[in-house]
Design a protein around this ligand. Structure first.
Ligand SMILES: *Cc1c(COP(=O)(O)O)cnc(C)c1O
Length: 395
């Protein structure tokens, strides 16, 4: 059954579509922040399953919850009620102060559902609106609808025609947003921190201003918390530092505790537009994914990991700012909580490769930004190890 890395890589090359830029390592197993490959090499994994693994690998509480649920039911379909989906809906409703949920399997599915709900709200009023406003540099997923509001031309190339009537505006620019929003706009969709687009946090007040501008024209505000939600920034939701109520919140990545789960949340009035049969998903909100997600959120609460992530985020930022003083090719330390990016003067990919060969896994967010997703339960020692490797790779 188990092969050596080189054999796996030969098979991967022969049989997998060449969609992903994967480094030549094959994961065997992980524990917390650490990961081992099939040749037994150890890595500090701050690639975090691209923002999914908020508790790191193989967290005992999550493993136990998955095992217990798997022994009961793995899948039921949404033709039947099950406790996991109901508990998840209740918990996320409170978290977002939006008490109606639709569960799906991924970020792009959450975004698709959000766009469809927004249009359907206006359709049901007898005043259809089709237009969406989105931001340059934003990322909302790869399905055709989500791709249509993703403001990065390289992802869109070759897939036209996408959704018509999407207008893009610069991120963090209130005037441009005001000019784009009009009485045809169904919704403005925005990330509270640009994740994939380079770990860019907007100025304080931007999201609140977006809320007011949407209200002025009666458009819905969709906040895409797929990457930022469930503790990543030291809050359950990144937008909660700004005192605003979105109309729709999108969640995925961390919300399923490593299993495929996505969600949108909306208020009572808007959610009426998702009446019986209007939308759906076979797998969405499976018992297994809900069990893993609920165990993850419970662990975050019980161990006070939001506060821990906030503190360690400041520690990490401090260490990186120190490193920046010694390494002038680092232009900026960006991010919130434990969503951290380093912007480099030159493309960051060679550095990411050197880090990996030295035992540190990271991700790229655009060409010049190295992005880290430490688990919320990481330690100061592990952060030091990360910065030591960075310094070595950067020298
Ligand atoms: C990752 C991501 C998505 C897409 O999620 P998938 O699960 O890959 O479909 C959407 N929005 C944001 C902000 C993301 O970071």
């Amino acid at each position: 059954m188990s092969r050596k890395t080189a054999d796996y890589l030969d098979l991967a090359k022969a049989h997998q579509m060449p969609i992903y830029a994967q480094p030549p390592l094959v994961v065997s197993h992980g524990r917390g922040s650490l990961l081992w490959d099939t040749d037994g090499r150890e890595y500090l994994d701050y690639s975090g399953g691209i923002g999914v693994n908020v508790l790191g690998h193989a967290h005992p509480a999550v493993v136990a919850a998955i095992a217990a649920q798997a022994a009961r039911t793995i899948h039921t379909s949404n033709g039947l009620h099950h406790p996991g989906a109901i508990e998840m809906a209740t918990r996320l409703g409170t978290l977002c102060a939006l008490h109606k949920v639709f569960l799906c399997n991924s970020g792009c599915e959450a975004v698709e559902a959000a766009l469809k709900l927004a249009r359907r709200v206006f359709f049901d009023r007898g005043q259809p609106r089709s237009k969406f406003v989105a931001v340059h540099g934003g990322f909302h997923g790869r399905t055709l609808g989500a791709l249509s509001v993703t403001g990065q031309p390289t992802y869109q190339e070759g897939f036209s025609p996408l959704l018509q009537s999407v207008q893009f505006v610069p991120y963090n620019n209130v005037t441009a947003l005001q000019e784009a929003l009009d009485a045809q706009t169904a919704a403005f969709i925005v990330e509270p921190v640009l994740g994939n687009g380079g770990v860019v946090a907007p100025d304080p007040g931007y999201l609140a201003a977006a809320r007011r501008l949407c209200d002025d024209v009666g458009a819905l505000l969709i906040v895409d918390e797929v990457q930022t939600g469930i503790g990543r920034t030291g809050h359950w939701l990144a937008h909660s530092s700004e005192q605003l109520q979105p109309d729709i919140v999108c969640l995925a990545k961390a919300v399923g505790g490593g299993l495929p789960l996505g969600a949108i949340l909306a208020n009572e009035a808007h959610s009426a537009a998702f009446a019986q049969g209007v939308h759906g998903s076979t797998f969405g909100g499976s018992p297994l994914a809900c069990a893993a997600g609920l165990a993850t959120m419970q662990e975050i609460s019980q161990k006070n990991l939001l506060a821990h992530a906030t503190t360690l985020g400041q520690t990490f930022r401090g260490m990186l700012l120190d490193l920046q003083k010694r390494r002038p090719d680092i232009l900026e330390v960006r991010g919130r909580g434990l969503l951290i990016g380093l912007r480099y003067r030159s493309p960051a990919k060679p550095l990411a490769i050197r880090c990996r060969t030295l035992g540190l896994l990271s991700t790229l967010a655009g060409s010049h930004v190295l992005r880290f997703f430490p688990p919320l339960n990481t330690t100061t020692k592990e952060l030091e190890r990360c910065v030591d490797i960075l310094a070595l790779a950067n020298s």
